[in-house]
Write a protein that binds this ligand. Structure first.
Ligand SMILES: [Zn+2]
Length: 497
C-alpha cells in the first residue's frame, strides 16, 4: 500500500456542485486522491475532520499591502492574519510606488516607475515574508505602464491590471495612497487594448466611481454640516458607480478586453453589469462582504466604516445577494487595507483639501471627512459570508465555494487553486460551522469593519500546499513559506464565467 504525506478523514467537502463526504490524500503539497478512505493510500499523518466542512483554501483577489504602511511589513503581517479566515492566496492590488523597501508616505509623480525596475525586489520581498501564496494585480499609473502590459505578462506572470478611473489627477489624496498619477482615458484605452491582445487570463479591473461627480455631492453634504457615515454615502450617489460601468464597459468591448468590476456596491451598478453582459461585454463583477452585510445607518461601524465606494443601505445589500444567486456577481474580494484604528485617526490631515476630501477640518476634529478610509477584511471574508449568507439563509455553502474559491481561481488564471480535486494544490479551509467568535480589536490586532459583531462559522484548520498553517484557530505557519504566483497566458480561451 503506498503512503502519502497526509490523509484528511471524516469531513464534508464543499464543491461548487454539491457537498459530499470524502477523504483527501495529500502528497508533496498536492491533492493526489479524493474518495473513500479504503480506496486511498495510507497517510503518514491523519487529520480528523469529523463534523467539519472542507472548503478549498480561499482566494482574496482584492487586498492592498503597502497602501498605508511599508509593503514588506504588510506582506509579513497580513499573510499571517488572512489564513485565520481560511485564505491561502491573496492577490495584492499594488502600485509601482509601493512595492519596494522604500516607503514614502506621500508619493510624487516621479515615484511612478516601470514595473520592470521594481519587480525583482518585490518578488524577493514576497518570497521572504509571505505566509500564504501571493499574486499581483498592478495599478496602471502611466502610459509607460499601459504600453508594457504584454512584457509584464510574459516576464513577470502578472496578467491582471487595475485602473483607478475615478482618480485621474494626482492630488493630495491620491498621492497619500501612493497613486501619484496622471492617467487619462487614452492611458486606459491603451491598457485595455494591450490586455485584450495578451488573451486569457488577462483582465482589466476598474474601480467604478466617478469622483468628478462625487465632489459636487461632497460639497453639498459639507455645506449642510453632515459628517456621519451616511453623509459619506450621500457623497457618492449610486449612479456614480453605474455610469462608470456603462462607459468603461463600452470601451472594454471595443478593445476586446475582459473587464472586472471590483467592489460592486449598488443595485444601479449591478443593472449596468447585466446590460453590459447582455450586450457582449466580457464583464465579471466582484462584491465585498461589507456591501452585502452593513447598512450605512448602523453603528458600529460609525465613521470608522469609511471606505471607497461607501457602505450603502439595506436595499443595495439585498440586491447584491440577489446578484450572487442569479450569478451576475461571481466573485468576492475584501478590499483589505492593512490599518489600525490609530492609523485611521491620524491620517486625516494629509488628505484634506483635495477634490476627494473637500474640507479644511479644524485641528483634531475627527469626523467622516477627516478619518482615514480603509479597513482589513481578508480574515473575516469567510466567517462573515457564513454568518450572514449561509446562516442568514441568503446563499448556500456551494455558492460560497464558487464565489470565494472556484470562480476566483478561474477568472485570475490560478489553475492550481480554488478546488479540491486531484492535481490541485492542497489548500484547504476546514470549517466548524457552529463556532462563534466576537470580533474585537485584540482578535487580529488590526481594524476590522465587523468589530463588535459575533461571526458564526470559522476555519479551525487551514492548510497551504499540504502544510498546516492554522491549527485550532491559531496561526502556526512560517513567513517565507508563501510563494509568489506567476501566472501564464493560456491558449486564448476566455476567462469569462
Ligand atoms: Zn481596493
Amino acid at each position: 500500500m503506498p503512503v502519502v504525506d497526509m490523509l484528511v478523514n471524516g469531513g464534508k467537502i464543499v464543491s461548487p456542485d454539491g457537498i459530499f463526504s470524502s477523504s483527501i490524500a495529500i502528497n508533496d503539497g498536492k491533492i493526489v486522491g479524493v474518495g473513500n478512505e479504503s480506496a486511498l493510500p495510507t497517510g503518514n499523518k491523519v487529520l480528523n475532520a469529523d463534523g467539519k466542512y472542507i472548503f478549498p483554501g480561499l482566494i482574496d483577489p482584492h487586498t492592498h499591502p503597502g497602501a498605508q504602511r511599508p509593503f514588506d511589513s504588510d506582506i509579513k503581517t497580513e499573510t499571517t492574519v488572512a489564513p485565520l479566515g481560511g485564505v491561502t492566496t491573496m492577490i495584492g492590488i499594488c502600485k509601482s510606488t509601493r512595492i519596494s523597501h522604500n516607503f514614502r508616505e506621500i508619493s510624487i509623480p516621479e515615484d511612478v516607475v516601470s514595473y520592470t525596475k521594481i519587480f525583482p525586489e518585490a518578488e524577493v520581498i514576497i518570497n521572504q515574508n509571505a505566509a500564504v501564496d501571493f499574486a499581483f494585480t498592478w495599478a496602471i499609473q502611466s502610459d509607460e505602464h499601459a504600453a508594457e502590459i504584454p512584457l509584464y505578462a510574459k516576464e513577470f506572470g502578472v496578467t491582471s491590471y487595475k485602473f483607478y478611473i475615478g482618480y485621474k489627477k494626482a492630488d493630495k489624496y491620491t498621492s497619500n495612497i501612493g497613486l501619484s498619477t496622471d492617467i487619462d482615458d487614452g492611458t486606459i484605452y491603451l491598457g485595455f487594448e494591450n490586455i485584450g491582445k495578451i488573451g486569457a487570463p488577462g483582465i482589466a479591473l476598474i474601480h467604478a466611481e466617478n469622483m468628478e461627480i462625487n465632489r459636487i455631492f461632497a460639497k453639498r453634504e459639507v455645506d449642510a454640516h453632515k459628517n456621519d457615515l451616511a453623509a459619506w454615502s450621500e457623497r457618492s450617489p449610486n449612479f456614480s458607480e453605474a455610469e462608470h460601468i456603462k462607459a468603461y464597459g463600452y470601451l472594454a468591448k471595443i478593445a476586446r478586453c475582459p473587464l472586472y468590476v471590483v467592489h460592486l456596491s449598488t443595485g444601479e451598478g449591478l443593472e449596468e453589469v447585466i446590460k453590459a453582459r447582455n450586450e457582449g461585454v466580457n464583464i465579471t463583477a466582484e462584491t465585498c462582504p461589507q456591501y452585502l452585510i452593513i447598512d450605512n445607518r448602523e453603528d458600529p461601524p460609525g465613521i470608522y466604516g469609511k471606505v471607497n465606494p461607501p457602505i450603502r443601505d439595506r436595499t443595495a445589500n439585498d440586491k447584491l445577494w440577489w446578484g450572487i444567486n442569479a450569478k451576475w456577481v461571481t466573485t468576492i474580494g475584501t478590499d483589505h487595507v492593512p490599518t489600525t484604528r490609530q492609523l485611521k485617526e491620524t491620517r486625516y490631515a494629509k488628505t484634506m483639501g483635495s477634490i476627494h476630501m473637500p474640507i479644511q477640518a479644524k485641528e483634531g476634529a475627527l469626523d467622516v471627512w477627516t478619518i482615514g478610509g480603509a479597513f482589513t477584511g481578508s480574515q473575516t471574508m469567510l466567517p462573515s459570508l457564513l454568518s450572514y449568507g449561509f446562516h442568514g439563509g441568503k446563499v448556500t455553502l456551494e455558492q460560497i465555494c464558487n464565489i470565494c474559491c472556484y470562480n476566483t481561481a478561474k477568472v485570475f488564471g490560478l489553475q492550481d487553486k480554488g478546488s479540491i480535486s486531484v492535481g490541485a494544490d492542497a489548500d484547504l479551509a476546514i470549517v466548524d460551522l457552529k463556532l462563534s467568535k466576537k470580533i474585537t480589536p485584540e482578535l487580529f490586532g488590526v481594524y476590522c469593519i465587523f468589530e463588535g459583531r459575533e461571526l458564526k462559522g470559522w476555519p479551525v484548520t487551514t492548510i497551504l500546499r499540504g502544510e498546516t498553517i492554522v491549527d485550532d484557530g491559531r496561526f502556526i505557519g512560517k513567513s517565507g513559506y508563501g510563494q509568489y504566483l506567476r501566472r501564464t497566458i493560456n491558449d486564448g480561451s476566455s476567462s469569462a464565467l
